[in-house]
Design a protein around this ligand. Structure first.
Ligand code: 2RA
Length: 335
């Protein structure tokens, strides 16, 4: 294809996934440049038969690139995204830094692809736990008008990066060997092995964590400010794939079958819901898949119009890299 792409943070979990997905989809750019911190600069990465050298983000300018994808922290994105835009590129940013900026579209293509028409050089990719919530929520809102959402997340350690995956594995081995006193907690403040922590991202003065505030603010921006949403985000001892237990109250009535049918037909969603055959989604079954899986669909008998759902997604794919590549594909359609 006739475009020049840069990927910043190319050696991290999300950067790697972006490369993997670009290969799978064969949307090979005319030129691809990979950037990372000085620690990884100078190393080579294989991409569709080529060996690409990693450039140092602090030293190499973003000259002559059409699109730059950022799989970086907020601090790095805050500094470097404007530099890429200044050089004439469109930035697709995976960090939280620009997500709530008024002139920056926050896009999940199945939900609000039209927002891409109004960008000023930056498009933001939402947080992983928001993405897997808003795809089914949008379908329900469209037909039944969502009033209130209560969501509890079960978030895998891959959302915190490679060091957290290593920490879960190492601490699990220590626990299994009866060596609890030797566990190390660097990625998390407490031992994650065989445990769950009601703490994802930093706490704020409101007593909600930043992850919980992201779910509230991003959902309102993507679907509607009228939706009330109350989240509790929990880190659990799973390697990859986030789960969400969701209670949704709507303004209009519906039947379970009708709602299940609508979700089954929606783009990006696969319904896995047959209690008789013990069929329901789990993060492991969702691993390395792009769809959002929805199951355990049942009416909430305590309110007039309510439903309970269990939603899983691969947080590194649909929750991050796949969504960013879908944004890229949609931007390319316009070029
Ligand atoms: C997490 N939300 O799972 C993060 C990743 N973006 O911690």
């Amino acid at each position: 294809l006739n475009y020049k792409l840069g990927i910043v943070g190319a050696t991290g979990l999300v950067g790697n996934k972006i490369l993997e997905i670009l290969e799978e989809k064969e949307v090979k750019p005319k030129e691809l440049r990979l950037f990372a911190s000085s620690r990884s600069a100078g190393n080579y990465v294989d991409f569709m038969g080529d060996k690409l050298k990693i450039e140092d983000i602090k030293k190499e300018p973003f000259d002559n690139l059409d699109i730059v994808m950022f799989a970086t922290s907020s601090d790095i994105s805050r500094e470097l995204v404007p530099q890429a835009v200044k050089k004439g590129a469109i930035a697709i940013d995976n960090s939280s830094y620009f997500r709530l900026h008024e002139d920056v579209p926050l896009v999940v293509p199945e939900v609000n692809v039209k927002e891409l028409e109004h960008h000023n050089g930056i498009v933001a990719n939402p947080n992983c736990s928001t993405i897997q919530l808003v795809v089914p929520l949008k379908v329900i809102d469209e037909y039944y008008s969502v009033k209130r959402v209560i969501v509890n997340t079960y978030q895998a350690v891959s959302g915190s990066g490679k060091n957290a995956i290593d920490e879960l594995k190492k601490n699990s081995l220590l626990e299994l060997s009866g060596l609890r006193d030797s566990v190390k907690c660097d990625a998390y403040p407490k031992n994650i092995a065989f445990n769950c922590l009601p703490h994802v991202d930093d706490f704020t003065e409101s007593r909600y964590t930043k992850e919980e505030l992201k779910m509230i603010n991003e959902t309102k921006k993507i679907i509607s400010p009228n939706i009330e949403i109350s989240p509790t985000c929990i880190r659990v001892a799973t390697l990859n794939g986030h789960g969400e237990s969701v209670n949704i109250e709507t303004n209009k009535g519906f039947s379970r079958d009708e709602l299940t049918e609508l979700l089954s037909k929606a783009k990006g969603i696969t319904v896995v819901d047959d209690p008789e055959s013990l069929s329901y989604p789990t993060p492991i079954e969702n691993d390395n898949r792009d769809e959002i899986l929805v199951g355990r669909i049942r009416k909430d008998s305590t309110i007039e119009n309510g439903v309970n759902l269990w939603i899983t997604a691969d947080n590194l794919r649909k929750g991050a890299a796949t969504n960013a590549v879908q944004i890229l594909e949609n931007l390319l359609k316009k070029c």
